[in-house]
Design a protein around this ligand. Structure first.
Ligand SMILES: Nc1ncnc2c1ncn2[C@@H]1O[C@H](COP(=O)(O)OP(=O)(O)OP(=O)(O)O)[C@@H](O)[C@H]1O
Ligand SMILES: [Mg+2]
Length: 315
């Protein structure tokens, strides 16, 4: 069942002193996201991702088109009881503490005092904010800590659908891993997650399906497998660490259809097909190398980003 249904959604921003010029930031987007899906919404800077989320959250209004969330029109604000939203650049009341902010949000959802306290604590633990920071004013928190509070805030009402606009931004590697785990746990509870991110590694491990936006238009849509497959030609890249890279390189003279080059700490080998990977690893190990990574060449999601990038058109 689709819980987010977007139909022909279009947004022109009016710019300039007299608002005479129009910039099309989103162009005729049609998309449906199913219940329980973790849906990746990708695209380079300026592709229209935040614009789409803001339209869905009713922070800005569409030029044309419409959308429904949980079967209700986005203009039906009662639906906001059931959803959560982490903005791209969250601005909170700076003088509240993290704990006060969450209790305040819980109050907006009509929770009683005791329940509010409990919920705030639960969430602060969930997002991994250290207890000593709970009572600090938000303006004194670091970017990553603020981001964690923002995520907690999006989950106050145990939402059925959550919209996360760049939830990993500003987080250190441990923070990113923790946020990934939180998103995974949302999947286990059946929450639908609409996830905007540039960090393809996160999208790769989290998402069931993804859309790639480009210049305000939907450029690709599919399962991660489909999106990866679209660009891959079967070649694989193997990275090897070695204290003596030259012996690894000379070991490869015998392997047909391979390309080897030296890197600062070892070697990088490209083979034409997945079948050759085992043989290549065996050769590298025999020459004293250690396997660092194996990945498809050009098969990652990156290529979907770089092909025919377009700017949004001026009307
Ligand atoms: N308030 C605004 N007024 C005028 N133009 C805007 C406004 N907000 C966004 N735009 C333009 O709309 C286009 C889409 O912007 P949007 O913020 O949706 O991109 P995005 O995909 O979220 O990018 P990023 O990855 O950088 O967050 C951009 O060209 C941007 O300059
Ligand atoms: Mg954005």
């Amino acid at each position: 069942m689709a819980v987010i249904e977007i139909e022909n959604l279009t947004k022109d921003y009016e710019i300039g002193f007299f608002k005479k010029r129009r910039v099309r930031a989103l162009d005729d987007l049609t998309l449906a996201v199913d219940q329980g899906e973790i849906f990746g919404f990708l695209g380079p800077n300026g592709a229209g991702k935040t614009t789409t989320i803001k339209l869905l959250m009713r922070l800005i209004y569409p030029t044309s088109g419409r959308a429904r969330i949980l079967g209700r029109d986005i203009n039906d604000i009662s639906m906001h009881q059931l959803i959560g939203y982490l903005p791209e650049q969250p601005y909170f009341y700076d003088y509240l503490t993290a704990r006060e902010l969450l209790e305040y949000c819980a109050e907006l959802f009509g929770m009683r005092r005791e329940a509010r306290r409990k919920r705030a604590e639960e969430l602060l633990r969930l997002v991994g904010l250290e207890e000593k920071s709970w009572t600090k004013q938000l303006r004194r928190l670091s970017k990553g800590m603020t981001q964690r509070v923002g995520l907690a805030q999006a989950l106050v009402n145990d939402p059925e659908v959550v919209f996360l606009d760049e939830p990993m931004s500003g987080l250190d590697p441990i923070g990113r891993r923790e946020v990934r785990d939180i998103i995974q746990s949302l999947r286990e509870r059946g929450t639908t997650v609409f996830l905007c991110s540039h960090i393809l590694a996160d999208i790769e491990v989290l998402c069931d399906r993804a859309a790639v936006m480009r210049g305000g238009r939907l450029a690709h849509l599919g399962t991660l497998e489909e999106l990866r497959g679209r660009e891959a030609d079967g070649s694989m890249e193997i990275t090897i660490a070695a204290s003596d890279p030259r012996s690894v390189i000379s070991a490869f003279t015998s392997l047909a259809n391979s390309r080897v080059e030296q890197t600062p700490g070892g070697a990088r080998i490209e083979v034409k097909s997945e079948d050759q990977v085992d043989e290549a690893i065996r050769l590298a190990r025999g020459a004293g190398g250690r396997l660092v990574s194996v990945q498809p060449v050009g098969g990652g999601l990156e290529n979907l980003f770089v092909r025919d990038e377009a700017e949004p058109s001026e009307q």
